[in-house]
Design a protein around this ligand. Sequence first.
Ligand code: SF4
Length: 53
Amino acid sequence: MAQDVLCEVFNCVHNINNEKKCGASQIFVVSNRGSQAENSQETDCKTFEPEGL
Ligand code: SF4
C-alpha cells in the first residue's frame, strides 16, 4: 500500500499546499487502455477534483 503519494497537479483540491503530495485517503488510478496499460502516460488519477468548482 502506498503511504505517500507524490503528485504535481497543484490545482487539485487534494494536493497539500503545493508540496507535490496527495492528501486524499485513497486514490483511484485508471488506465486509458481498458484494464491494461503499457506505460505511465496511459494512466490517470480519477480522484482528481479541480479547485474552485
Ligand atoms: S487526488 Fe490525484 S490528482 Fe489529486 S492530488 Fe491526489 S494524486 Fe494528485
